[in-house]
Each structure stands twice: as C-alpha cells, then as structure tokens.
Design a protein around this ligand. Structure first.
Ligand code: SDX
Length: 427
C-alpha cells in the first residue's frame, strides 16, 4: 500500500505522507496542506479527523472493540480493579503487587480536601446540579495547590494527577451530601477507593456504615467502564485546554463542563429519565416512532455513538452487571424490563439497523446507579469521577509529546466581506 496520498487542487498535484499506527485506520498527514495549497480541510464535528497520536485507548467501532493499553475492556472489567486500571492508563503497563500497593496508598492519602473548599459548597443553592458544583469546585482546586501547577515539571504533573484522581470521589460525595442537607463525611483510609466513595456518599456520622461488597464491586466495575474512551468530546476539551498551558485543575474542570452535555456524559441521566417517561413496555413503540421522526427532536438517549457502529462493549458488561446486582440485592426495577424491551425492539427496527444505532455505555448505567441509591442528578458526576483518570492520562500524554502545539483550528468564513462603517444618522 502506498505510504502517500495524492491531492490535485487548483491545477497542481500534491503528495501527503500516510502514517500507520499499530492498529486501526492510517492517517493522511496534512500538516503542510495550508502552507502548500492555501486551503483548509473542512470537518465539523471531526468525523474524519485524527487530532493527535495516542497510545492509551483504541476503539474499533465496527467490531465493538475497546482496548486500554491493549487490554480488552471485558477482561479489565472482569479481572481488574479501578485502581489497577487507573495505574495501567497512567503508566502504560499493569502494575505488579508492590506497584499497585504503592499507587493505591498514594491515591488514598490524597482523598482529603482542603477544609476551606467545604465553604465553596455553601455558596450553591441546595438544589444546584452536582455537575455545576463539580465544575466550580474542581476549577477552584488550582487556587489551593500552587505547589504543583508547573506543567513542565513531571513531578508536578504526577502529584496533580494523583490529587485529581483521589479528590474527585470526595468532591462528588460532598455534592450529594450538600444536596440532601446531610453533613459531609470525611474519607476513611481503611476502605478501598470505591468503598470510601460509597461511605462518604451514603454514610452518616450518627452510625457505622458497612460497605456492601456486591455494590462495591459493581460500582468499581462501572468506574472501569467509564475510565477512558479515546478522543471523545470531553477528552478533546481537556487536551485543547491543556495545549494552551492551562493548569491541570482548570483543564479537568473544562472536561467536566463538556461531559455534562446530554449528547455526551449527560446521556446517562437523560436515558433513565427517558425510561421512566416511557414507563411501561406498551408505550415503547410510540417513543421509537418519535425517535425516527425527523421533525421530532426526541432521540433515544443511551443509543447511538459516533464511533461504535456495533454494540458498545461497555453496554454489554453494564447489562450483565445489572443482572448480577439485582440478583445479589434481591431487587428488581420495572424500568430494567422497559430498557430490555426497548433495546430488543429498536435493534429489530429498520431505522436503527440502517443507521447502526446500538445501546451505548449510558443506556443501562442509570438502572444500576439508581438501584444502588444514587439520584439521577448524580449519574454524570459519577461519570466525571471515573473519567478523570482518562482525562489526566491523556493530558499527561499530550504535555509530554514533543510535537505538541497549541490547538488552533481554522474555519470556512461565510460572513460579510469588508465593508465601511455607517454613522448612526445614516442607517
Ligand atoms: C458518550 O465519543 C465518545 O466516546 C463518548 C462516550 C465516552 O465514553 O466518552 O462514549 C460517552 O457520550 C456516549 C453517547 C451518549 N449520548 C447519547 O446516548 C445521546 C443519544 N445519542 C445521539 O445524540 C448520537 O447518537 C450521538 C451524539 C451519540 C452521536 O451522534 P453523531 O455521531 O453525530 O451521529 P448523528 O447525530 O449524525 O446521527 C447519525 C444519524 C442521524 O440521522 P440522519 O440525520 O443521518 O438521518 O442517526 C440518528 C441521527 O438523527 N441518530 C439517532 C440517535 N442517534 C443518532 N436517532 C435516534 N436516536 C438516537 N439516539
């Protein structure tokens, strides 16, 4: 196969190098295109654009494959832990026993927040959306950790990374506590990362909180499923913010803001709200028709994906986890039956088949999170909690890339050409 691509434009011919990765589509290196042709490429939404080189996560959307540093998501979900997967994403290799122990201890010892940050919560209304609080409090971390914001210093980058991974559960749990008017619960270093989060969220000072091991394992697996996902919108936001040299806390706050959107991480909250709106299986056909109606903005939330044109492997694990959690907790939820029947009907509908729309990671996650006791408003905050390690790993990779430059896209300008100012009395 040729390792160059030919372009003919304005009567001239150009050759551009074709670069190959270890797996996946080749890329046409067009970095010299504008200098040579005076023309830009045009790709709103970046449907055909590779923004960077990365070795962290690989997705094959047609085959429904998701690899983290080469390891399939199904194997990590079954055999790994969120701490181990976090180490893998950050360092590129699975840790040995000592490395995992050291990493876990480091993260555990950074879970506390500066006490003054607690006052930030009291500035919000009690009914503030937890994602609004997460955006504000995470951005404010840069006002507390001046000792580790020199992004050129790998030691600063490492401690900032650890602080962010460690403090997100505390920040998210505090957002929940504030919304229900209960006192904040401090971290307990004797618990696992996920067990500590459960206790900070659902524990109260008035009594001892016992972590349910089934719930702890299920939530830890859910965090693994959300940890990273190539160059999605929020990760691209973190990379773009980081490309200007902004501090890591500001970059992650930008990622949180982007994730909040219902087309992205906000879809888990929207999907469960949709399932409740559908209510009973007999109402499914009406909503499927709405989703197909071009004049109706309604979409099946938790369905479809820019990359996956096959089943999202994370949705498979998520559905299995619902069954395990329900069986273990001896609970059921009619909304799960609605979700299963909705999936069945959609996947047999020509519209969804033709457009290759399958359930994504957000379709079933809300069913489990709701069964564990989280309100729907906390779902995206949990997504942000888990995705922080991916954002941080991608940010570190970008900052360490010698080819890294500030991200500065161009445009196709369709506005007015130059014209002269008209004084007010002449308009
Ligand atoms: C996440 O990028 C990532 O990796 C994201 C993520 C991660 O881990 O970071 O995987 C997490 O964000 C998952 C996606 C969560 N969002 C939703 O579930 C919201 C519902 N889904 C859609 O809004 C949509 O599918 C997107 C936003 C996810 C993808 O949109 P695209 O790739 O821009 O596709 P599109 O909007 O161009 O849709 C293609 C066609 C369109 O029809 P036509 O205009 O071609 O006729 O499919 C239709 C769409 O109308 N379509 C849907 C649909 N999703 C797409 N129709 C009905 N219901 C849907 N859910």
């Amino acid at each position: 196969m040729s390792n160059s691509a030919k372009l003919s434009t304005h009567g001239d011919d150009y050759d551009y190098p074709v670069l190959s990765g270890s797996v996946g589509p080749d890329v046409i290196d067009i970095r010299k295109l504008y200098a040579q042709t005076g023309q830009f490429t045009f790709d709103p939404g970046f449907t055909s654009t590779a923004s960077c080189e990365s070795a962290i996560t690989y997705i094959d959307g047609d085959e429904g494959v998701l690899l983290h540093r080469g390891y399939p998501i199904g194997q990590l979900a079954e055999h790994s832990s969120f701490m181990e997967t976090s180490y893998l994403l950050l360092n590129g290799e699975l840790p040995d026993k000592d490395q995992l122990g050291d990493f876990t201890r480091t993260i555990t010892r950074h879970t506390m927040l500066h006490e003054q940050l607690a006052t930030f919560y009291r500035g919000f209304r009690r009914d503030a959306h937890p994602m609004a609080i997460m955006c504000g409090v995470v951005g404010a971390l840069s006002a507390f950790y001046h000792d580790s914001t020199d992004i050129a210093d790998p030691v600063h980058r490492r401690i900032s990374s650890h602080r962010l991974i460690a403090k997100m559960p505390t920040i998210a749990a505090m957002a929940y506590k504030y919304s229900v008017g209960q006192p904040f619960v401090y971290p307990d270093n004797s618990l696992s990362y996920t067990g500590n989060f459960l206790r900070m969220t659902f524990g109260v000072p008035a009594e001892k909180y016992e972590v349910n091991p089934v719930v702890e394992r299920a939530l830890d697996r859910i965090f693994i499923l959300h940890a990273d996902h190539e160059q999605n919108a929020s990760t691209s936001t973190v990379r773009l913010a980081g490309s200007s040299g902004a501090n890591p806390f500001a970059c992650i706050a930008a990622g949180i803001a982007c994730l909040w959107g219902p087309a992205h991480g906000g879809a888990n909250e929207a999907a469960l709200n949709m399932l409740h709106e559908i209510g009973t299986p007999d109402r499914i056909p009406h909503f499927i028709e709405r989703a197909k109606d071009k004049n109706d903005p309604f979409r099946l939330m938790g369905f479809g994906h820019r990359v996956y044109k096959n089943y999202d492997p994370r949705a498979t694990v998520m559905q299995q986890t619902v069954r395990e959690v329900f069986a273990a907790l001896k609970v059921s939820d009619p909304v799960f039956e609605v979700a299963l029947q909705l999936e069945e009907m959609a996947l047999n509908d020509p519209y969804f088949i033709e457009k290759k729309l399958f359930p994504n990671v957000d379709f079933y996650s809300g069913v489990i999170l709701s069964a564990i006791g989280f309100p729907t408003t906390m779902f995206t905050a949990l997504f942000a909690l888990a995705r922080t390690v991916g954002w941080v790993a991608q940010w570190n990779e970008m900052i360490s890339d010698p080819a890294q430059k500030i991200g500065r896209p161009r445009q196709l300008y369709t506005g007015h050409t130059e014209r002269n100012y008209v004084p007010l009395d002449k308009r």
